[in-house]
Every structure is written in structure tokens, then in C-alpha cells.
Design a protein around this ligand. Structure first.
Ligand SMILES: NC(=O)C1=CN([C@@H]2O[C@H](COP(=O)(O)OP(=O)(O)OC[C@H]3O[C@@H](n4cnc5c(N)ncnc54)[C@H](O)[C@@H]3O)[C@@H](O)[C@H]2O)C=CC1
Ligand SMILES: O=C(O)[C@H]1O[C@H](OP(=O)(O)OP(=O)(O)OC[C@H]2O[C@@H](n3ccc(=O)[nH]c3=O)[C@H](O)[C@@H]2O)[C@H](O)[C@@H](O)[C@@H]1O
Length: 447
């Protein structure tokens, strides 16, 4: 099939590449000329494991093309995916200006009798499919007829950054929201190779599909937040959150995944989508109380370790120097949107401390944001020179079994604040560390 993907970011590039991989001819469109120039030159613009190999293969086979020109991109496309940003607007609701702007422009370009399926891949509030139809109609001066010349389908994306290719190629489910039999058949054909393993394509109406996406993200964010609160209780009561996590996660009704406490959920989606769902609820006069608590608890969780750090240093961080391992909002990505590490750094600098950080992939993005306000190291161990303590903010695999001899030799005092519970508390005790983690006993030398 011939496909256009409008918006070539994390979702657009992965979507486009994976559809090319199953034999479709895909044209990715973006207004960012530098991005398109890089992609045309053979450079993958995001860090996403496994993507480069697929990208190179499909570019070579002529199935994956790039352009900045919308008209050229959609010329012979049967399906047009909108993978555009939906950032939070000033009031927290999803900003639909990118999606509706492109919808309007599509209306000016699309031709009568040349049926196309327009797919909302972006995460958008309930009712957006109708707004996209209205935008296209307005652009075409009502010349186009929905159902005849085009259909708009909601097909939310559930991939996670860092495992995006795997998630896309083997999705737990594909949700397709449409009332059009024609669009349903086109989408069913497109997704057939991705659900061969038996996972379902779930067809529903557009509104239910739109809400499914927010419900999934908000539920996962709530699950994490619940465990963060249990972790706080563990600290207050002397229980161990790792044990509690295993104990509750073994119940199939609860499940093992997304129960890891830490320094709060970050990223480009959970924070904005929880906020947008709460806002959608308010718009229909529904007070979604759980979501309000989730946002409040998560906000506090991002800097949860700061009082512990201040307490340890007798409330005076002036002149103290910290090593930070991990800047990305989670491992295997260079994405730093809403990364808890940034909130921690801000608090440390405000308290008069200095920071040297290392992240395997995210340092260029942080450098662009923070400039010279912190130092960046070439390796995780280089951060430790003259540091008063090590802070762990992202659970990259290479941080999991480090060389503790090197750490001990470099740090001024053996002190670690671990926001991701990477190390065994007994081991830290044996090695003579002050070790602070989340929801587990604090280790102090000789206790
Ligand atoms: N990042 C993720 O893991 C996931 C994101 N989503 C949703 O997918 C949507 C896109 O998210 P990301 O890919 O992360 O965003 P992104 O910011 O990485 O990419 C968006 C792209 O759209 C381009 N763009 C903006 N205006 C344009 C226009 N008028 N024409 C063509 N291109 C234009 C931008 O230059 C950028 O390259 C959002 O609604 C997000 O909530 C859904 C699932 C996963
Ligand atoms: O809509 C989206 O953009 C995507 O949002 C999340 O994916 P992502 O943000 O890439 O990353 P996650 O793995 O979900 O992690 C989100 C945040 O939660 C934190 N987290 C995750 C799991 C956990 O047990 N504990 C925890 O603190 C992570 O550290 C990270 O900061 C969802 O998992 C995807 O299904 C969804 O498509």
C-alpha cells in the first residue's frame, strides 16, 4: 500500500519505518527541513534500538522516502497518518493546532474521487476525529464528501520509547476506531502482518478509540504512582517495597509490570496525557479526582530524594558537588522531556551545589537545554571525581552492576542516592556505603 506519515518524530519515524518493513511504500513528511535533510542523507534522527537497521534496509529498497512538501508526500497515498505533536496547551488540554492545521491543509490538496483514509495516530481528545473531518471540509470549501472522498480513523499508538520498534512490530493490540466499513477494511489489510501472532485488532467507534489511549496512559501512570505511595509507606513503616512489589505483582489481576517505584514518571506522554484527560473530564463537568492526586503525587515524587540529600548534608548544599548517572526520562532513549533528572538538577543548583552528569545517549539534548550550568562527563566513572555523592536518576543497564571499587575510590565519601533502586541493600551494607533508595531501608555503614 502507499502511505504518507505526516510528522516524522518518535512516533512518525517508527510508524513509517515499520510499515515500510512490511512492504508498503511510505513517504514521511515533516516541516523541519534539517530533520528531513538528515533523514534523506541516511541519518536516523532519534535514538531507538533496532530502528537504524530497518531504516537503512527500507531506504535502500526505495520503500521509505522523505519530504518537507505535504502535497508531494500525499500525492498517491491511500492512507495518511497524522503523527503530529499534541503538546499541553496553557490550560493543560491537548493543543490540537498542529493536527487541525494539517487537516485544513489536506482539505486544500485532496481531490474529489481520490479516496484516502486519514488516520489520527497522535494522542488526541475525544471528538478530535470529528474536528479533523471539519478541518478537511473547511479546507476543501465543502467540495469533499466524508465517507466518499475520505474517512477519518482513530488509531492510537501504544509504543514505548526505547522498545518502540518491538512494540510496533508486535503490538499487544491494535485499536482502530471507525464506523466506515471501507476504512476498516483498508486498516485491517495494513495491520494484518502485525497481528499474525494472534494479538487482536480491536475495532470500535472513533470516540472510544480516542478515550482508550488516554485511559491506558492514565491507568499506567496511576499504577506507578500508587506504588510510589506504597514505597513511601514502606519507608515510614520499615517494610521493603521490592518485597511488596513481588508480593502484589504475582497476582495476575495486578500483574508484574509497571510496579517499579522511583523518582516519578516522566516523558513526553504520561505527564501531558494525564493532565489532558483531567482537563477533558472538567470540560464535561466531571471531577476526575484520582487523576488530580496522581498529578500531585508525581510532581512531588520527582524531587523526593532532595530532602533526603539535604538532610544528609545538614541542610547545606553550598559548594557540594554531585555526580549524576542518567538524564533521560528512562533508559534506552535520548528523550529528556519531563525527565525527573532535570528537576533534581534544578533543585541542586538552586541550593548552591554543582553537578557533573553522564548519560549514554541524552547528554546532547541536556547540553542544548542547560548549557554550561552543569558539567558533562565522558563516562559514568568520570562523573565521580571530587563528588560528595552519586545520584542515580535513570536505570540504564550499564549502571546496574558497576565497579564499586572505582566508585569508592573516587567519591569523597561512599554515598549514593538511588532514585531507581538498582542495588541490593545488603551488598551496599557490605561495601560500607551510605545508600538511600526508594521504599527500602536506608543503609548506613556498620548497621
Ligand atoms: N513519543 C511516544 O512515545 C509516543 C507519542 N504518542 C503521541 O504521538 C504524537 C507525536 O508524538 P512524538 O512523535 O513523540 O512527537 P515529536 O515531537 O517527536 O514529533 C512530531 C513531529 O511533527 C513535526 N511537525 C510539526 N508540525 C508539522 C507539520 N505541520 N507538518 C509536518 N510535520 C510537522 C515536528 O517537526 C516533529 O518532527 C503525540 O500526540 C504523542 O502524544 C503516542 C504514543 C507514543
Ligand atoms: O503515549 C505514549 O507516549 C507512551 O507512553 C508510555 O511510554 P513511554 O513514555 O515511552 O515510557 P514508559 O516505559 O511507559 O515510562 C514512562 C515513565 O514511567 C516511569 N516508570 C515506568 C514503569 C515503572 O514501573 N515505573 C516507572 O517509574 C519511567 O521511568 C518513565 O519515566 C506508555 O508506556 C506507552 O504505552 C505509550 O504509548
Amino acid at each position: 500500500m502507499k502511505i504518507a506519515v505526516i510528522g516524522t518524530g518518535y512516533v512518525g519515524l517508527v510508524t513509517g519505518t515499520c510499515f515500510a518493513e512490511t512492504g508498503n511504500r511510505v513517504t514521511c513528511v515533516d516541516i523541519d527541513e534539517r530533520k528531513i535533510a538528515k533523514l534523506k542523507g541516511g541519518t536516523v534522527t532519534i535514538y531507538e534500538p533496532g530502528l537504524e537497521k530497518l531504516f537503512e534496509r527500507n531506504v535502500k529498497e526505495g520503500r521509505l522516502l522523505f519530504t518537507t512538501q505535504l502535497e508531494e508526500g500525499i500525492a498517491d497515498a491511500e492512507i495518511i497518518f497524522l503523527a503530529l505533536p499534541t503538546p499541553p496547551g496553557e490550560d493543560g488540554s491537548a493543543d490540537l493546532s498542529y493536527v487541525l492545521g494539517v487537516a485544513h491543509k489536506l482539505g486544500t490538496i485532496m481531490k474529489k474521487g481520490d479516496y484516502k483514509v486519514i488516520v489520527d495516530k497522535s494522542t488526541v481528545p475525544v471528538g478530535t476525529a470529528d474536528k479533523v473531518i471539519a478541518g478537511i471540509l473547511k479546507g476543501s470549501n465543502n467540495a469533499l464528501v466524508p465517507g466518499e472522498d475520505f474517512d477519518v480513523v482513530s488509531n492510537p499508538e501504544f509504543l514505548r520509547e526505547g522498545v518502540a520498534v518491538e512494540d510496533f512490530m508486535k503490538p499487544d493490540r491494535v485499536v482502530i476506531g471507525t464506523d466506515s466499513a471501507k476504512a476498516r477494511s483498508v486498516m485491517g489489510e495494513l495491520y494484518a502482518p502485525f497481528v499474525r501472532s494472534g494479538n487482536p485488532v480491536i475495532y470500535m467507534d472513533e470516540k472510544s478509540a480516542e478515550l482508550t489511549k488516554y485511559a491506558a496512559n492514565a491507568f499506567l501512570a496511576t499504577k506507578i504512582t500508587f506504588m510510589n505511595e506504597i514505597a513511601r509507606m514502606c519507608e515510614l513503616l520499615g517494610a521493603d517495597v521490592d518485597m511488596v512489589r513481588k508480593g502484589v505483582g504475582s497476582d495476575e489481576r495486578i500483574g508484574k509490570r509497571f510496579l517499579f517505584p522511583g523518582i516519578g514518571y516522566g516523558g513526553s506522554c504520561f505527564p501531558k496525557d494525564v493532565q489532558a484527560l483531567a482537563k477533558s473530564a472538567a470540560e464535561v463537568n466531571y471531577d476526575f479526582r484520582i487523576l488530580k492526586s496522581v498529578m500531585e503525587v508525581n510532581e512531588a515524587q520527582k524531587t523526593y530524594i532532595i530532602p533526603k540529600i539535604k538532610d544528609y548534608f545538614n541542610n547545606d548544599l553550598t559548594g557540594k558537588h554531585f555526580a549524576i548517572w542518567g538524564l533521560a526520562f528512562k533508559p534506552n532513549t535520548d528523550d529528556i522531556r519531563e525527565a525527573p533528572a532535570l528537576y533534581i538538577i534544578k533543585e541542586l543548583l538552586a541550593a548552591g551545589a554543582t553537578v557533573t552528569a553522564f548519560d549514554p545517549e541524552a547528554m546532547p539534548n541536556v547540553k542544548a537545554l542547560l548549557g554550561d550550568s552543569i558539567k558533562f562527563a565522558e563516562s559514568q566513572y568520570e562523573t565521580l571525581a571530587d563528588a560528595d555523592a552519586l545520584i542515580i536518576a535513570t536505570e540504564w543497564n550499564e549502571f546496574r552492576t558497576p565497579d564499586f571499587t572505582k566508585i569508592s575510590a573516587s567519591l569523597k565519601r561512599r554515598t549514593i542516592f538511588d532514585g531507581r533502586n538498582l542495588f541490593d541493600t545488603d551488598l551496599m551494607n557490605k561495601l560500607g556505603y551510605y545508600y538511600f533508595s526508594i521504599g527500602r531501608k536506608t543503609v548506613q555503614p556498620n548497621n
